[in-house]
Design a protein around this ligand. Structure first.
Ligand code: HAM
Length: 422
């Protein structure tokens, strides 16, 4: 026995070969919908960045920064963090690589797919390493774009025939509206300070808007009479939100306005949205997509004033909802060796068939019985099988058996063509 059985870190997972087809399907759907239909360009950014980048963009008081960051000092004493989300890194790249330059068509549309890391309490749909498919669009403040972006996420989900989806939408307004609402909320909640949950007490000072999505029953009761954000939107923010809503109606997108929706990261303004499933399997982690506008971040990172909007889809959550029955690839041919003396011939034949015709060929490397090899031919779902024995060796023959109907044909090995395997 080995001394120690290693286990993967809590909240991470291995993606075994059996699960790879579904991940591939996701990549293909992203290419079809994001890259092709909506003309977003793919971007890959580092898995770790300066800690400060995330702290400044997501907000010091957000849970993501205050509790969940995987941060560390490297050997050069740089304070770094594994990325908890993709937006900050993409904005950094947009500024650093000058994607705002005149040679780039506006808006500049980017998407990404990869691991994110958050030190959360692992549970169904909540992991420490998880994957997001995200999209960011820079350079337009049009309310039409808000809706096109939501439509793009829905189109992606449509590829997987997902039903039971609800689009929740809200507006935080511009900075001025958000600040006056924040004040109104603090004024109201301060009167109930002693009755609030510990988390909400803490947030009252640091991040009062986050109290709105408290799961605590008593907090929720207090919130029933809390001021509503829609009453604090200034005319231009209100007008903007109304435009978005009208376009959603015009597009026939069903949505719910959720006044309590605030999102967990601090960088948002104006439109924010989440796409939530009503499927019971994800009850505590029902949000499969979240996003919104975050104008201001590009400037904060040293770029020109640039409106921006984006979203990210949680892929592990998506996978629990989709029909996982994607076909794995099957061998075209399983070559069975009647006995050891056939091994050299069969191995050489496999090499030639793979190289010459690009066939998927499987064979045995453990001197198993013919019966066991035939069983494998069945189990792998091979389209053809062939038993190679002394007769085949002596005459350079192969008897191809079509597994589907049991029909057989005898052929000369040196006259085989790709057509014989169709
Ligand atoms: P977020 O809401 O923090 O937004 O994450 C987006 C999605 O990632 C969530 O709705 C959820 O599906 C998934 N997710 C988040 N945390 C976990 C976790 N611990 N385990 C499994 N899945 C998780 C963002 O990250 C923003 N960057 C989205 C965005 C892009 N906003 C503008 N642009």
């Amino acid at each position: 026995m080995p001394e120690k059985l290693y286990q993967k870190p809590k909240g991470t997972s291995d993606i075994l070969p059996s699960m790879q087809p579904v991940w591939k399907r996701i990549e293909q759907a992203a290419e079809k919908i994001f890259a092709h239909r909506y003309q977003f360009g793919k971007i890959d950014i580092p898995l770790f960045e300066s800690y400060d980048l995330f702290a400044r963009s997501s907000g010091d008081s957000s849970d993501v920064v205050s509790k969940e960051m995987y941060d560390f000092y490297d050997k050069g004493n740089r304070h770094l963090a594994l990325r908890p989300e993709g937006t900050a890194g993409v904005v950094r790249a947009y500024v650093e690589d000058k994607l705002y330059g005149p040679e780039h068509e506006k808006p500049v549309d980017l998407y990404y797919l990869g691991s994110m890391f958050r030190y959360e309490r692992p549970q169904a749909g909540r992991m420490r390493e998880f994957h997001q498919l995200g999209a960011e669009s820079f350079g337009s403040d049009s309310p039409f774009l808000d809706v096109q972006i939501i439509q793009m996420a829905l189109d992606f989900f449509h590829e997987f025939n997902l039903k039971d989806l609800v689009v929740k939408i809200n507006s935080l307004g511009d900075d001025q509206s958000r600040a006056s609402y924040r004040q109104a909320l603090v004024d109201y909640l301060s009167a109930f300070k002693d009755q609030l949950s510990d988390d909400s007490k803490r947030r009252l000072e640091s991040n009062p808007l986050r109290i709105l999505d408290s799961k605590d029953k008593n907090d929720q009761k207090i919130l029933e009479k809390a001021p509503e954000i829609s009453d604090y939107l200034n005319p231009s923010s209100k007008d903007r939100f109304e435009k978005v809503i009208n376009i959603l109606d015009d597009f026939g997108i069903k949505y719910q306005i959720d006044e309590k929706l605030v999102r967990g990261l601090d960088y948002y303004n104006n439109t924010i949205f989440e796409i939530v499933t009503t499927d019971k399997t994800l009850s505590s982690a029902a949000t499969i997509c979240g996003g919104g506008r975050y104008s201001g971040m590009v400037e904060e990172f040293g770029g020109p004033q640039t409106p921006a909007i984006g979203f990210a889809i949680g892929l592990e959550r998506l996978i629990t909802l989709i029909d996982n029955d994607f076909k794995k690839t099957v061998p075209d041919l399983y070559l069975v060796q009647a006995d050891k003396s056939a091994a050299a011939f069969v191995n050489k034949l496999a090499k030639q068939l793979r190289q010459k015709f690009g066939l998927a060929v499987e064979l045995d490397y453990n001197d198993r019985s013919v019966k066991a090899q035939l069983k494998s031919a069945n189990r792998t779902g091979a389209r053809f099988s062939s038993v190679i024995g002394s007769r085949e060796l002596e005459n350079g023959l192969i008897v191809l058996k079509r597994m589907e109907d049991g029909s057989q044909k005898e052929l000369k090995v040196n006259q085989l063509t790709g057509e014989d395997f169709i």
